[in-house]
Design a binder for this molecule. Structure first.
Ligand code: GLY
Length: 386
């Protein structure tokens, strides 16, 4: 089959692949994306919380730095995309309220609050009464909570549409096929072969295929990203206008050890997520998953039972061994990674685009992204069995 050549070939047309392609094309690279369905992927399921502060975890302070860097870029990033495409992204600086329903939850939230304070983050402890004053639909049993005005939201489906439009305007070429194999020539990534046998040559290849990134044939084991699928089931409800405003900000909690969050959009959509399941490639929506989400969300906000349930869906987060992304050059010349974003793909989209454009241009990651080099997991190419 014929061979077409680009400077940068991105494997995967989800938000991470699209932002990489867009930023690469803006830097003057002839850029192509390989994906049977560009704009699909986990962002079609994600709620779109930009929750650097409320999703802080012990041991993830390095990731916090990248998350905050990306959160700071969101206003300009969203404005740039909207100016360019005319599309509204549903970017909403509504804030987040993390609440506790019992003494255990409250102890957990107090610890989170202490960690946030040690990390210099802004969050305010509220009594149960103060929480309900902010959000009157909350259950009377809420025992306290953390108000985090800096954790915002965006609509990932709108973000995807805008990134697709921005890529098209920037001249990115889309090959609507599966990448079958990475082509390595003289120990350098030189392009891809697609499932229909087309050879696509490239100066640099970026593997940005989300949870599928570890499955591309031809990638040497030493640089194959250690990503795995982590299933998340998500519900979408609709708030009829007679109930509005139902919630004015994202409300979340840990209920019996499971995260549950309710993300209200201005258009009346209410997203409830998410399960976290290590089930391989399964994307079945299960009765148990829906039941648990509704049960936990109902404990937080009893009024949800009045709302139409309009969609149930499951997606796969690209989990990595340290819950942080893998960004930039690998030990195989010509092959870069932009994957492993796990729970933070939407939040990390702006900084990933910038870091990848920098890496494609200079061969190096910018300082803020250096800790996320894939080389932290790499075995040496020479250690490979013949
Ligand atoms: N960041 C939310 C989730 O992954 O469920």
């Amino acid at each position: 089959m014929s061979s077409r050549t680009s400077d940068v070939l991105v494997v995967g047309g989800g938000i991470i692949g699209l932002v990489t392609a867009w930023r690469a094309a803006q830097r003057g690279f002839a850029t192509a994306v390989v994906d049977p369905e560009p704009g699909g992927g986990a962002a079609q399921v994600a709620a779109g919380m930009l929750a650097a502060v409320t999703e802080l975890h012990y041991g993830e302070q390095t990731l916090l730095g990248l998350n905050l860097a990306s959160a700071r870029r969101y206003p300009d990033f969203a404005a740039e995309l909207t100016d360019l495409t005319g599309l509204d992204l549903g970017y909403r600086r509504c804030g987040t309220l993390a609440v506790a329903l019992d003494a255990d939850d409250r102890a957990h939230l107090r610890e989170l609050h202490a960690l946030q304070q040690q990390s210099g983050l802004e969050s305010e402890w509220l009594s149960g009464r103060e929480c309900r004053r902010l959000e009157p639909m909350l259950a009377p049993g809420v025992r306290g909570g953390l108000r985090v005005d800096g954790d915002h939201q965006i609509d990932p489906r709108r973000l995807t549409r805008a990134l697709l439009a921005a890529c098209e305007r920037a001249g990115v070429v889309f090959h609507r096929d599966w990448a079958e194999r990475l082509d390595v020539v003289r120990e350098r990534a030189a392009g891809l072969t697609t499932t229909d046998g087309t050879r696509l040559g490239a100066g640099q290849v970026v593997l940005a295929a989300g949870s599928l990134s570890g499955r591309l044939a031809g990638v040497p084991d030493a640089v194959l990203p250690p990503v795995r699928p982590v299933k998340g089931q998500v519900l979408r409800l609709t708030v009829p206008s007679r109930y509005a405003p139902f919630l004015s900000r994202t409300v979340r909690a840990v209920v019996r050890g499971s995260q549950v969050y309710l993300v209200p959009r201005e258009n009346g959509e209410l997203v409830i997520g998410a399960t976290s399941e290590e089930q391989g490639w399964d994307t079945t929506v299960t009765a148990g998953g829906v039941y648990e989400l509704l049960r936990d969300a109902h404990e937080l906000v009893p009024g949800i039972t009045e709302l139409p349930l309009t969609e149930t869906r499951a997606g796969l987060r690209p989990g990595s061994p340290d819950n942080a992304p893998l960004l930039g050059p690998t030990e195989l010349p010509g092959l870069l990674l932009a994957t492993g974003h796990y729970r933070n793909g939407v939040l990390l989209t702006p900084v990933t685009g910038d870091a990848m454009a920098h890496a494609l241009t200079t061969g190096e990651l910018p300082d803020e992204a250096r800790p996320f080099t894939p080389r932290r997991f790499a075995k040496h190419l020479t250690e490979q069995p013949a």
